[in-house]
Write a protein that binds this ligand. Structure first.
Ligand code: ATP
Ligand code: NMN
Ligand code: ZN
Length: 290
């Protein structure tokens, strides 16, 4: 049904997972770049962006509390009408595989969809407002007699930078079956630099190559080398981070004195949660490039 209607675009929700320690202008740009890309294909409609900061149990060096990271991300997206922050992942007591976060958000959309179709079953009068939201939709009469329009649930695609995609190749960091399910069932949008080797990386992996139609590479032409690491470094050195992160985020960091040599030492010497979790699993040594 949905597929036969050329006017009907596949709805996409973009999910970005990461430390966001702290969130930067570049993180926000990722969403804009991906949205432009999808809309330019003419086949997709991006309906929402979700930022999901990782929980404290991830144990990355220098990771400050999720509470602060989530607050900063919320401040940074206050003015966005389509990107929001979800703290479900960061509220979990244990670290969660990214696939589980994708599944959670997909599931959440599914249940919202069930609620919507239940609402669709109520008398027409109550649908008045809803119908008006879709002007110029010349629906042929016959459609009304068909069984209720099954609106396909949006796809949840993982939005990441090329460093994250290439981290798929780090031994014991990702389970092969997780990578497979991510690219097979959800899809990936990767923001990459010109001259980057992401294409070669995909070429060299059988599993990524097989699902390359579900891996969208978006070239970032207006390059921007901001990273959280560099922001923290500048802060430790008392240098300005103005215009690199949203002003509200900068103010929050200053007010709470979030980043210091001490905060950078958090989790020093601790093994990253995914490595701890997967290292014992010998299957994972047959990593991506087989
Ligand atoms: N400059 C960038 N270009 C493309 N992707 C980026 C860039 N900066 C961050 N990302 C992506 O944003 C997501 C979240 O990343 P993360 O929270 O690690 O930020 P980061 O700036 O890379 O931080 P850190 O320096 O601490 O690793 C990841 O998918 C990462 O690849
Ligand atoms: N196996 C996995 O699912 C896996 C492994 C490593 C990192 N991750 C995720 O990737 C992101 C990486 O963030 P950083 O680049 O800040 O370390 C985090 O959200 C983390 O949870 C997932
Ligand atoms: Zn990173």
């Amino acid at each position: 049904m949905a597929m036969e209607d050329p006017d009907r675009k596949t709805e996409v929700v973009l999910l970005a997972c990461g430390s966001f320690n702290p969130i930067t202008n570049m993180h926000l740009r990722l969403f804009e770049l991906a949205k432009d890309y999808f809309h330019e294909t003419g086949k997709y409609k991006v309906i929402k962006g979700i930022i999901s900061p990782v929980g404290d149990a991830y144990k990355k060096k220098g990771l400050i509390s999720a509470n602060h990271r989530v607050t900063m991300a919320k401040l940074a997206t206050k003015n966005s009408d389509w990107v929001e922050v979800d703290d479900w992942e960061s509220c979990q007591s244990e670290w969660l595989e990214t696939l589980k976060v994708l599944r959670y958000h997909h599931q959440k959309l599914l249940s919202a969809d069930v609620t919507n179709s239940l609402q669709d079953a109520v008398p027409v009068t109550k649908l008045g407002r809803k119908r008006k939201q879709q002007p110029n939709r010349h629906e042929p009469i016959k459609k009304k007699n068909q069984s209720p329009v099954v609106k396909s649930v949006p796809q949840v695609k993982l939005l990441c930078g090329s460093d994250m995609l290439e981290s798929f190749g780090i031994p014991n960091l990702w389970k092969l079956e997780d990578i497979t399910e991510i690219v097979e069932k959800h899809g990936l949008v990767c923001i990459s630099r010109a001259g980057n080797n992401v294409q070669k990386f995909i070429y060299e992996s059988d599993i990524l190559w097989k699902h390359k139609n579900n891996i969208h590479l978006v070239e970032e032409w207006i390059t921007n080398d901001i990273s959280s690491t560099k922001i923290r470094r500048a802060l430790r050195r008392g240098q300005s981070i103005r215009y690199l992160v949203p002003d509200v985020v900068r103010a929050y960091i200053e007010k709470n004195e979030l980043y210091s040599p001490e905060s950078e030492d958090r989790n020093a010497g601790v093994v990253l949660a995914p490595l701890q979790k997967h290292a014992s699993d010998s299957k994972n040594s047959q990593a991506l490039n087989n």
